[in-house]
Design a protein. Structure first.
Length: 525
């Protein structure tokens, strides 16, 4: 075995262990999907107050309202909040148990010789783990308290006042939350009590600790008790304005993907039927069994992905960024967005440089390698692939939610995009997710990895393995199944079209749709 092969084997083992460690660490983190569903629920609650300017046709108005909000929006929102609360409570117990296990590890007896009791690496590792668990615990406790505040308002609005008062009373007795939350619970208890009690700072606490529908509903209750007619009219006018905006956002978020998914479902049925009827003459059979001529072996594949992709992204670039004289932690959302974009570009340039050096000696490459053909049908493959991916990934995501029960971590970029309403930051996020990511990831995973694997596997085998590695590379357990499904569609689109522009377009459309939904949902708060 040569020195190069020995070093590459060692680096591969290290990369595998680090990736497994990151995936295991994401198991303790909450899924982003939970927050996303609550944001959509809150948007639906805001839309309840919507009344069109010309509401003479009550039947059409009511039909449209039910299509957007459902027949019982309050009951649906309550159910969503209760399920989320149960999931958070379960995760809270898990984190507490993990902390207890970490604290209950018995210390090693002191040896007779002056040897170190514990290696510095283990000590740092345990310390970091303790810190991460404590941070997760605090976040879950805060989230649970916010859910109890909001769930109580939902229950009170449905006449379940006793249940709401009990929840708010328990919140006031908790010592693990901020005093402002307990004080807000006291304000809400006073507003919905059989004998109302209005605390002096009620309005301020409601405005500081509640958002959207929950804020306007609480302020309405307060102003009605205070008989402040002018303030009440102002809240109702603002509520109507927010409701109109919420209806538009829900229509965009719900209608566009639904129509695209319906088109995709029809497309899948037609293509599968054509494949069964026409066999190898069908569109899906186009280039299906045609493998690439691959002049390099598995060692080159490992070199590109272990050195160029993993170590460049997880070790080298993060270390270089730490050397920059930037104040940390970065609090500005624009700087965070710029930091993400710069990091991504550096990783992409590093990985593509390693790729170029690794395969340079095989130039000129055989036919179909890294093919960009503008005068081709790539546009239809990309659009069709996007529509087909929607129903597939949605179904897989629903199954995935049941498996992980709100755990498994998520891409932190999604949370930043959701909570940022800064257009400059959002523009930078768009450059990262909808332009840089499709270009780089499709070049690497579909342009290089998938064809390289056909040296050892069938085309379908290469599609499946490259899709799985594409999903694992995102280092979140909860995203592996949905991203594998998306990767399979990307692989099918590329192998059939033999044009990298097609999967790049599909990938860009997918990320663009996600960012648009996040922006619309985030703007509701």
């Amino acid at each position: 075995m040569t020195i190069k092969r020995l070093v590459l084997t060692f680096l591969t083992l290290v990369a595998t262990l680090l990736a497994a460690s990151s995936l295991y660490g994401s198991w303790q983190e909450p899924q982003f999907q939970t927050r996303l569903e609550l944001y959509q629920t809150n948007l639906a609650l805001q839309a309840q107050a919507w009344k069109p300017a010309d509401s003479q046709d009550d039947d059409s108005y009511e039909g449209f309202r039910q299509a957007i909000l459902g027949q019982q929006p309050l009951e649906s929102a309550t159910k969503e909040y209760q399920e989320t609360r149960q999931s958070v409570q379960t995760n809270l117990v898990k984190v507490k148990n993990s902390i207890a296990q970490l604290n209950s590890v018995a210390p090693t007896p002191t040896p007779p010789k002056p040897l170190p009791e514990k290696s510095p690496t283990t000590e740092i590792s345990n310390s970091e783990k303790q810190q991460q668990l404590q941070q997760s615990l605090e976040q879950l406790q805060k989230f649970l308290a916010e859910l109890d505040l909001q769930l109580g308002i939902l229950q009170a609005q449905q006449g379940q006042t006793d249940t709401a008062l009990k929840a708010w009373s328990e919140l006031q007795q908790r010592s693990d939350i901020k005093p402002e939350i307990a004080q807000t619970a006291a304000v809400l208890s006073g507003l919905w009590n059989e004998t109302p009690l209005i605390l002096p700072n009620a309005q301020q606490l409601i405005q500081q600790n509640l958002d959207g529908w929950f804020r306007s509903t609480s302020l309405t209750q307060l102003y009605q008790l205070q008989q402040r007619q002018e303030a009440l009219l102002q809240v109702q006018a603002a509520q109507q304005e927010a409701a109109t905006a919420a209806v538009f956002k829900l229509a965009v978020i719900g209608t566009v993907p639904t129509v695209a998914a319906l088109i995709g479902l029809i497309l899948i049925i037609v293509l599968v039927a054509q494949r069964l009827l026409k066999g190898k003459e069908a569109l899906l059979a186009q280039n299906a069994d045609l493998t690439w001529t691959t002049p390099w072996d598995g060692e080159t594949i490992l070199q590109v992905f272990v050195v160029g992709f993993f170590f460049m992204g997880q070790v080298i670039v993060p270390f270089l960024l730490l050397l920059l004289p930037i104040p940390r932690p970065i609090t500005s959302v624009r700087l965070q967005a710029a930091s993400v974009l710069i990091s991504y570009i550096l990783v992409a340039l590093g990985a593509l440089s390693v790729l170029y050096v690794s395969i340079k000696r095989f130039f000129p490459l055989p036919k179909y390698w890294f093919r960009f053909q503008w005068l081709d049908n790539w546009l239809w493959w990309g659009l069709g692939g996007y529509c087909a991916a929607l129903p597939i990934v949605v179904i897989v995501s629903l199954i995935n939610q049941q498996l992980w029960q709100g755990q498994g971590g998520s891409n932190p970029l999604l949370q930043l995009a959701l909570e940022s309403q800064d257009f400059v930051a959002l523009g930078i996020f768009y450059l990262t997710a909808a332009i840089a990511a499709p270009l780089f990831e499709e070049l690497l995973f579909r342009g290089f990895l998938l064809p390289s694997l056909t040296r050892y596997l069938s085309v379908w085998g290469a599609i499946l393995i490259s899709a799985l590695l594409f999903a694992i590379a995102h280092l979140s357990l909860s995203e592996i199944l949905p991203l594998t499904a998306l990767g399979i569609v990307l692989g099918v689109v590329y192998t059939r079209s033999r044009n990298l522009l097609a999967p790049m377009l599909l990938h860009s459309l997918w990320n663009s749709g996600t960012l648009l939904s996040l922006f619309l949902l985030g703007s509701s708060n």
